[in-house]
Design a protein. Sequence first.
Length: 330
Amino acid sequence: MQSKGRPYSGEDLTVVIPAHNCAEFVAEAIASVEAQTIRPALIIVVENASSDGTRAVLESLVERCSVDLQVLHTDYPGVSNARNLGFSHAHTRLVAMLDADDMYCPDFLQKGLDAFNTVTSLQLFFGNRKPYSEGQVTGPSFLEQSRLVEVGFREAGHRIREVTGDLFSPLLRGNFIPPSATIVVREAAYRAGLFPLSLDSSEDRLFYSRLVRLGTVAYSLDSAALYRIHDLSKTRSSQLLHLRKNAVLCLKHLGLELSGKQLSGHEQRAIRTALREAAEKFFYTAAEEGPIGYAHACAWAKMVELRNPKPLWFQLKALRNSRRNSANVP
């Protein structure tokens, strides 16, 4: 909330950038903050456990940056740790996030501040993003293709939409709020528990699912950030089962966390539905690994008390994949 009725300005805003092995890109990310039509009071870059020269690049930028730039170093890996450390060093009312391989569009911070000054109860604002590779946009913007289109809203200002519908339920099924296009009230982020250190994926789904229950949310379909597509940003098939595990853990954690709080019947059903969908995706991906991989996955599922919705079907699928894989061996 605004204090004493004073409008938000750039002096109320810190940009937090987690940076891991991004020596090739981080200077462009910082430059995109410098190029904003309204600049923030501070940029905090948290370099964590890099091995590619990211530290040296950042140190060379400190004196040259036209915005106050603070560089923090930690050997503890993980984007959640880096973001949380950045939040702990930010002392402004608002915090914006940007990943080190992404870039802001020039008027994103201006648009966000306009939203916070228009919707005075606002806790979270986010914008759109477009994929970017080798110097050019490579596809359509993201939000129009997401479950956000199912959520009710009202026009709250020039191209600013205040969410009036249920944002919690669709977020449970997968996050569509781009961290690199987000501005949040710092105090609200702390009430939401910041980013969980126990997850290295689905951490943003957990954070935003908590956050949207705490107050007003608004967004814009205008482009706010460019999401860089490169080899490290692509999900490999070998990573998929790990991602599915984290999605399950995220939802189970959220369900346990909220079980002692007042949840509507709709919210309770939404959590159960999202967990059932996550379980199906997990067991489907596990069955792709064949009987041995599937057996290991079932043992893990038993340990975390995850019910298999179609045990016979997935077991047969694992056997079929075993035969198919054997037939493909020369």
